[in-house]
Structures are given as C-alpha cells and as structure tokens.
Design a protein around this ligand. Structure first.
Ligand SMILES: [Zn+2]
Ligand SMILES: [Zn+2]
Length: 257
C-alpha cells in the first residue's frame, strides 16, 4: 500500500473517530457508566476503573516484569524468564494480563477509536514514571507491524503507546527506523518454545547511524515470552545501540498465551 493511500485511510479514520466522539455520549468503556469528567479528559475510563487498572500492586521481575512473590531477587530473572535469552535489560508494564486489564486491552485493540489505547498508555506512563525516567532513554521505538497487518487495523497499538511514552519522557518516537521485513506466523499460533525461532531475522533497520550509542525503549502492547522484543533488541544492539529496555501495557504469562 502506498504512503498516500495509507495517509488517506488514517485521516478518514481520524474524521470518523471525531464524529463518533461527537455523536455518542462519553461513557467509560470498561464499566459503561456515563463519565462525570469532560470528554477531553486525559484518560477515557472513569475514576474507579482508572484506579483499578493501575492499582495492581506487588513486586515485579526487573527483567520481564512478571509479578513475583515478595522478597524475590529478580536481578537474574524470575521463574517465568530465567534461562531464557532476552536481549533487553529490563521491562515495565502497567499490570498482568488478567481481569480488568485484559478486558480493557482487548477492547482497546479492537476499538475503531485509538482513545482507549492512548488512555492505557497514559496510565502506564503515570504508574511507571519513576522507572521509565530512571532509564534515561534517548529514543522510543515501537514494534513495527508488517504492512499486511496494518491493513487489518487502522492503528498499530504499539505506535500509540510509544507516542504517549515518548511525550512523557520528552524523547523522539521513531516509527520509521525499524521495519518488519518478513511476515511471520502470529505468535499466538506458534508454540511457546518456537516463538523465538518464528521471529528470527524478521526485522530490519533503516539507518543504523541514528541509534548508535543510544539507550532505546522498545514498546509493544503485550509481552509474553519476550521473543519479539528480544529479536528487536538484538537488531538494535547489532546496529550499535548501547542498551535496550522494554515497556508494555500488559505482561502475559506463557501458560495464558
Ligand atoms: Zn468505569
Ligand atoms: Zn522474569
């Protein structure tokens, strides 16, 4: 698909989104209560749902962001990621992929509007602000989709999340430097053990000089085995990036993938 055709589709989608916002009374997409706050609020969920989405507490694995028991040392990973080759150094997420966050993410991914995904990204940015700022990244790069995948949805969830995080961190969000060069089987249809092989050599970098020596934040909507983010981190490191970290909306445990 040409860039001009894609741009036209995106502008049509944006117009439709504005019309929908005008025509439908604003309600919380999670509990369906009519919202008390104005439609332009930073987050589209009601106050109670926003709190529930961002309130998953407890310790997280520094390496893969899975929930772990108290007092666990996770410098070398946790039971969910230990022994697995992950080329990124750390990962943060809004929460684990269950209950309200699972419902919210599924709704956001298949919504015609990008508002829900942007709201989840803002909750992530707010909840993980200390960790994200401490990483001192130079650039945010979302996981790219193959052009055929882009035809199915009018937005790439990872792009929307990456744009929000880059805005908060005041660094560039680069959506062109990386491209998906080979179409892969959807990770959901591949066994957990085959997912790393499925992603091999499926991403290509456009201009390595841009990221040389930089700390990169790789962004996706979910992290399951870590195969996709690890493959992208490997490509970026090979191109000269200094280190890579990951931020996602939700951490999916392998057994629920
Ligand atoms: Zn609600
Ligand atoms: Zn872990």
């Amino acid at each position: 698909m040409s860039w001009s055709a894609q741009t036209l589709l995106q502008s049509l989608a944006a117009t439709a989104e504005q019309l929908l916002d005008f025509a439908i009374p604003p309600y919380c997409p999670l509990c369906r209560d009519v919202l008390a706050q104005p439609a332009q609020a930073a987050v589209c969920y009601c106050l109670q749902c926003s709190r529930r989405l961002a309130e998953q507490t407890g310790d997280r694995c520094q390496r893969c962001s899975a929930a772990v028991g108290p007092w666990s040392s996770t410098q070398r990973g946790c039971v969910h990621c230990r022994g697995r080759t992950l080329r990124f150094r750390s990962a943060v997420c809004l929460g684990m992929y269950h209950d309200d966050l699972r419902r919210a993410l599924l709704s956001a991914k298949w919504s015609f509007s990008s508002v829900q995904m942007q709201s989840l990204a803002r909750l992530l940015a707010h909840r993980c602000a200390p960790q994200l700022h401490a990483l001192q990244v130079d650039r945010v790069i979302p996981i790219p989709q193959h052009w055929r995948q882009r035809l199915l949805r009018h937005f790439n969830p990872a792009w929307l999340v990456a744009e929000q995080l880059a805005g908060v961190l005041n660094v560039p969000c680069d959506i062109h430097i990386l491209r998906k060069s080979r179409r892969t089987r959807p990770q959901k249809r591949v066994s957990v053990t085959q997912r790393f092989d499925n992603q091999k050599q499926s991403y290509a970098i456009q201009d390595a000089a841009v990221i040389r020596g930089e700390r990169i934040l790789i962004v996706d909507d979910v992290l399951t085995t870590g195969a996709t983010c690890s493959e992208v981190a490997g490509v970026l490191l090979k191109a000269g990036a200094a280190e890579c970290h990951v931020a996602v909306i939700a951490r999916v445990l392998d057994h629920s993938a």
